[in-house]
Design a protein around this ligand. Structure first.
Ligand code: MLT
Ligand code: MN
Length: 311
């Protein structure tokens, strides 16, 4: 028994290269530079048996991600998918837009907090997921559950959602709601993902604004944490003239700096640390950058599309 994890997409919203990004890194990626491999948008597939898969987030690149990973191809009959469910960690475009690729009356179960489900409910385009075939199931914070197929067969995983510091999705920001733009606790969650019938587990936290003491205690000694790798430094988009927002403004802690993730994880004894959800401005995307060397020297791995992990 083991937990099989496939990184379908390792980049943040926009992917790498992002459609309108013309920085050197993006140009290298488009030119096929082997040190700048493209990365699609943020998503994992996880399985306990290697046959039945649960998606963790559904990115706009999902159609291609399925085509690129034979484990996710149909295996039998005229219509079939090894994907039986989707678990969402927030309502961001990079994490929910891929649901639209999962139409065509295929039985599925979509899990999210009540808050994120209410966002899907308010956007009628998601009704292309025919409710006769696709269940929407609410996850309660701090309550572990077993993701199951539409007809109730457990997929062999145990998933526990918990709130992490973050920000409401960009398109839901309320400018009149103060400094947090109307963010509520259920907007951004982390997940503990475990085998139901085994000991293997990991944490998946693709968006996180701060590593609180409580979160640090939770992650202490974990065998694997896949963590928000959006930015190298808080002001990198401003410095690169790629945008006006800091990481802090976007609800993402950065890798570096005194409150950055590399420093925050230093004493936690997490055995394997992998950055995921990496923005197109982050120099760690380049295999030959000094920043990549620095992150690796600090014990971190940089996720890439097609990365397979067995816990
Ligand atoms: C984020 O992770 O901050 C969002 O996905 C940004 C976006 O909506 O592009
Ligand atoms: Mn995102």
């Amino acid at each position: 028994m083991a937990l099989h994890i496939m990184v379908l997409g390792a980049a943040a919203g926009g992917g790498f290269p992002q459609w309108n990004a013309n920085n050197e890194a993006s140009r290298r990626a488009r030119a096929g530079d082997p040190a700048a491999p493209p990365r699609s948008q943020s998503s994992l597939a996880v399985s306990a048996d290697g046959r039945t898969w649960i998606l963790f987030n559904a990115s706009p690149d999902l159609r291609q991600q399925i085509n690129d990973n034979p484990q996710l191809h149909p295996k039998e009959g005229v219509r079939h998918s090894p994907i039986v469910g989707v678990v969402l960690t927030n309502g961001d475009v990079d994490h929910v837009a891929g649901l639209l690729n999962l139409r065509e009356s295929q039985p599925l179960a979509v899990y999210a907090t009540s808050r994120v489900l209410s966002v899907l409910d308010r956007n009628s385009i998601f009704n292309v997921l025919n409710p006769a075939f696709v269940d929407r199931r609410a996850m309660a914070l701090d309550e572990a559950f077993e993701p199951a197929t539409k007809d109730g067969r457990p997929a062999g995983l145990l998933v526990e959602p918990f709130a992490v510091p973050g920000k409401v999705a960009l398109y839901l920001e309320d400018p009149d709601a103060g400094a947090d733009f109307g963010t509520v606790e259920e907007d951004t969650i982390g997940l503990r993902v475990a085998e139901r019938d085994g000991k293997a587990y990991c944490y998946y936290i693709p968006g996180c604004a701060a590593l609180t003491q409580e979160l640090g205690q939770r992650l202490e000694g974990a065998p694997l944490v896949m963590f928000d790798g959006t930015l190298w430094r808080d002001d990198e988009m401003v410095v690169q003239q790629a945008g006006v927002k800091t990481g802090r403004r976007m609800g993402h802690m950065s890798m570096t700096g005194p409150e950055g993730s590399i420093a925050a994880f230093a004493g936690l004894g997490v055995q394997r640390r992998i950055f995921i959800h990496i923005n197109n401005t982050n120099p760690v995307l380049l295999a030959d950058s000094p920043e990549r060397a620095e992150a690796e020297a600090a014990g971190w791995e940089i996720a890439y599309d097609g990365m397979e992990i067995v816990v």
